[in-house]
Design a protein around this ligand. Structure first.
Ligand SMILES: [Zn+2]
Length: 128
């Protein structure tokens, strides 16, 4: 079956669905911390960053860069990656525990393994 392209497949929704299933609610979206973490439990200072592989230059799946307009894309990617690193460092300095979830870790073939390892860690950190 071909995956449909409805908004239900959006990475954020997939993540939130898994969190709900695991009973890990109580999070806030786009919390006002460096980089606006997609999902955050501010009281526990735990957050999830959900990154699109293309824009954030995923080290796991290495998405191919566009072949044209490199003078546009290369600095743009560079800025994105640097911004991510800066935000991650700021969050950690402020005492946040940060989990980065890449889009490619949420595919049909990978999502179960992703949450099998993530959920127990979150449970521990969130005390749930
Ligand atoms: Zn990826």
């Amino acid at each position: 079956m071909q995956g449909n392209k409805s908004k239900d497949t959006k990475p954020e929704l997939l993540v939130r669905e898994r969190l709900r299933e695991a009973g890990l609610g109580g999070y806030r979206l786009q919390w006002k911390a460096p980089g606006r973490p997609d999902v955050a439990w501010p009281g526990k200072k735990v957050c999830l960053l959900i990154n699109g592989c293309f824009w954030h230059r995923c080290p796991k799946c290495n998405p191919p860069a566009p072949k044209k307009n490199l003078e546009y894309w290369v600095p743009k990617f560079q800025r994105n990656v640097e911004r991510d690193q800066r935000n991650l460092a700021l969050l950690q300095e402020q005492g946040w525990r940060v989990h980065v979830i890449w889009e490619c870790e949420l595919k049909k073939k990978t999502i179960d393994a992703t949450f099998e390892s993530l959920i127990p860690v979150l449970r521990e950190e969130l005390d749930k």
